[in-house]
Design a protein around this ligand. Structure first.
Ligand code: ZN
Length: 492
């Protein structure tokens, strides 16, 4: 049986990948697509944020099952806001130790639903070896001790010098957990300037080393993070150079097999992204200021616990999406909050749960509203059944042919809205921004004139995928479909 390598390039944009492939500027990816299948439309999670999307890939489920709702979210169990380190300022405010604990330990060991198995767990239980190179989602049965680098130790005041985490039989997490370096360790860029080994070159070097030393596990995920930063800074349509650099790392791994043809003889190789990005306008009007819009409500701070204090809402910005959780008397507050948000046409969707299996979504700046429920006579392209009443244009959907409902600009909108509204417990409203806008609220990053993501919209939500060495057998792909495809390849 062929081994498998899954390369994940953060914020991989289908239009840019298509362009550099046709220009011949990404030879390794071009080789793989020439010898495999190139799909330019695979639908990501909602919100289109890395912890949510990568949890979806590794469990084959949306956040209502896997339990990781966003990059910033409110955890009703501890009545606190959870943040994986959205901005340097919020890291300082909340405390570097807490943020590091969230990202390094709790994301995998607590937040990710323990009842939902990961690909690593499934494969290893089936007798295969699995490996993770720098991918944030790594839960499996092998215990590891992560050594926190000195500079991070200083930042945390030595309150977190080591961390117990779990992973598959091979595990690399930057310079915190890694195999012994072969050759010059300096060639593996580390330290604070290289995000402690969480960079493309480090990921590529480790993956190539594993192949070189014949230690490649049966299934391996290799994650390239650099493109996300580049895309935020320069805008998604200018990410050619950073995708080309990721291509060089893929090439360096393929080279270790002797030839690229030999690499494909021995492996199934998949290249994809977690989500894409879209352009944010330059200027104040492109920032939807939630703190200001909702200033009449008592808002929970990132450092506070909601118990015993008189707070009404928690605002959790996720770039082009936001959660507004209700901490008390939710029915009155919900009506007021929705009333305010509905006046602003920059809110493309405002959604909440009305009652059991009944959801409402409004379009800001209009009178349009839509109610929808799971199960009903209308089928979408994924074979899911729906019933609804109201204006389908709120999610750019229409009824076609024999009771088919088809989504346009907001792919798989019903399922993805529900998955954000039902992820863990807690009453909430979710908002998704119109094209060109992003949310401004304490704790969240902003990217004026650059790239952003998070929304329900097509451009944030669509990633390309190259699959070489394996047939796909599905017409309409979502990132959760990788899970069964990969298990099937291994006969599980
Ligand atoms: Zn990002």
């Amino acid at each position: 049986m062929k081994k498998m390598i899954l390369f994940v390039i953060d914020s991989l944009h289908p239009v840019v990948l298509g362009r550099i492939l046709s220009e011949g500027n990404a030879p390794a990816l071009r080789f793989l697509s020439d010898h495999g299948t190139y799909i330019d439309r695979v639908i990501s999670s909602f919100p289109t944020m890395t912890p949510v999307a990568t949890s979806s890939m590794i469990t084959g489920s949306w956040p209502d099952r896997h339990g990781v709702p966003g990059f910033i979210w409110y955890n009703e169990e501890i009545r606190r806001i959870v943040d994986y380190g959205a901005t340097p300022r919020s890291v300082l405010k909340i405390g570097p130790e807490k943020v590091l604990r969230n990202l390094l330990i709790k994301l995998n060991e607590e937040h990710l639903n323990s009842d939902v198995p990961t690909l690593y767990e499934k494969l290893e239980a089936g007798g295969y070896s699995a490996g993770n190179v720098n991918f944030f989602m790594h839960r499996a049965k092998h215990p590891y001790r992560a050594k926190i680098p000195l500079l991070l130790n200083l930042a945390t005041g030595f309150r977190l010098t080591e961390a117990e985490v779990s992973g598959p039989s091979h595990m690399t997490l930057g310079q915190l957990i890694h195999p012994p370096f072969s050759g010059r360790a300096q060639a593996y860029p580390r330290g604070v300037c290289n995000r402690f080994g969480f960079n493309d070159l480090f990921s590529g070097k480790i993956a190539a080393q594993l192949v070189h030393e014949k230690k490649q596990p049966d299934f391996m995920v290799v994650y390239f993070s650099d493109n996300d930063k580049y895309s935020h800074q320069h805008g998604p349509l200018r990410t050619g150079p950073s995708i080309e650099r990721a291509d060089q790392q893929v090439a360096s791994v393929l080279d270790e097999f002797g030839s690229w043809e030999k690499a494909l003889d021995e492996n199934v190789i998949i290249v994809t992204g977690d989500h894409a990005q879209s352009i944010v306008g330059l200027g104040r009007e492109y920032l939807i200021d939630l703190d200001c819009a909702l200033k009449s409500f008592k808002r929970l701070k990132a450092t506070e616990e909601a118990s015993g204090i008189d707070k009404e809402i928690a605002i959790c910005p996720n770039e082009r999406m936001a959660f507004i959780y209700f901490l008390q008397s939710e029915n009155e507050i919900l009506t007021d909050v929705v009333g305010i948000l509905a006046k602003d046409s920059r809110n493309a969707q405002i959604a909440w749960k009305v009652s059991d299996n009944r959801y409402c979504v409004l379009q800001g700046g209009s009178e349009k509203q839509l109610f929808f429920s799971r199960i009903g006579p209308y089928q979408d392209v994924y074979g899911q059944g729906w019933s609804f009443e109201g204006d389908l244009s709120v999610v750019d959907a229409q009824v076609t042919g024999e009771q088919k409902v088809q989504f346009g600009k907001f792919p798989d909108a019903f399922t993805r809205l529900i998955s954000a509204l039902e992820a863990r417990s807690g009453k909430r409203v979710v908002v998704s921004a119109a094209s060109g806008y992003e949310y401004l609220a304490a704790g969240g990053p902003i990217h004026p004139g650059g790239g952003s993501h998070g929304s329900l919209e097509e451009e944030d939500s669509t990633v390309p995928m190259i699959v070489a060495g394996m047939s796909i057998g599905l017409d309409h792909l979502r990132i959760i479909d990788l899970f069964p495809m990969i298990l099937k390849h291994f006969g599980l």
